[in-house]
Design a binder for this molecule. Sequence first.
Ligand code: SF4
Length: 451
Amino acid sequence: MKSLVRQNDQLIVNKAQRKLHIITFGCQMNEYDSRRMAQILMGQYSLTPHVDEADLIIINTCSIREKAEHKLYSLLGRLRRLKATNPSLKIGVAGCVAQQLGNRLFSRAPYVDFVIGPQALYKIDGILGKLAHGEIRLCDIELSRRFQIPCIDAPLPKKGDVRAYVTIMQGCDNFCTYCIVPFVRGREISRPSEDILAEVESLARQGIRDVTLLGQNVNSYGKGLEGDVDFSGLLERIDSVFPDVRLRFTTSHPKDLSDRLIDCFGRLGSLCEHLHLPVQSGSDRILKRMNRRYTSQHYLEMVEKLRRTCPDITITTDLIVGFPGETDEDFEQTLALVKEAKFDQAFAFKYSPRPGTAAVKMKDQVDEKVKSQRLTRLLNFLNDIGLKQYKKFEGRTCQVLVESYSDSKLTARTRGNHVVNIEGPKDLVGRLINVYIERACHHSLIGRIVH
Ligand code: SF4
């Protein structure tokens, strides 16, 4: 959980008297949405890091993690007390859990003033206007067929930020059987490429040096956009207009990873050598039950093509253990795939049922104890492989972008997305420098500046 706190930065508008506090759960997409809401409201509210001095509290929820609903209600219970001391306080719930619950949320938490889904958040000022005119308990969870980010300037980055996200599409059409996203974020809708370029331009103007394009499945970008470009075409356009901005994207579905997109890693100078390609399982039987629509063989062939095209590429992934019906043999196949793919890093999770998804109804749920044992085994396995991958950097010199400074230490990032800790002065933040890698840790590198 993150509180959107923008003290001392450009998002604070001193003239605004009322205070806004945003609590954000979940992914980068939610962080982006929170900043959008803050930006839409910045003429009327200034952001506060203190929840108890807010006139408006927005909780931007995520339903990916377990017990999301339960966590939301317990947080709301705590916030309710603030209404007793400040009757004009407004509380709103946004994001995926808001989309799932809709009006039902009011019956359990009647003191909530509004509920707003991820595709309706751009209407937040209208909702607040209606509340100001006496309307109560407003709910807007409309799913749209048009891309719903208004073409206003990019969300202002925090002062000193060198990285930023740009949403390029909303929703997902894939219906993986464990995932709630298509139900709460709707069908895939791509954002016109002109708007994306305008946002990257605005960010570059504000000093952003590293941009990550966001979408649930960026590889299928462009579907339904008449006369516009596909995802490779979008990367080519951004690369040609902003060759000095480091470009990244997430997330990619393996079934839509085209040869042309793989080729981009070999020829676009601004595209960083990092791909997050969630595999989820190494068992074809489980992949089928997950409705992933690729095989482990196909996945490994893509990994091989990527490494042939771009030998330095960092490949990271997501893995689920204990999906319904997963046997010991299926799990061994996941370990075998992990060994063969040699991921630089992987995020492993125990399967947890999400209400409303197809996997919840599958009969052969795996025992919690077995899931935990498999997760522990997988994490140990990943740690060993990950450290070996990081060790390859020892003794090399890499170019890094310095992202932040704290206590005489700089945190920087390689093009391959490895975090490098170095000692150096604050004025290097935002600069590209060369560092010599002295030591590898499990999830970061230790380097020194090469003069
Ligand atoms: S691709 Fe699958 S896992 Fe990813 S958001 Fe879509 S349905 Fe969910």
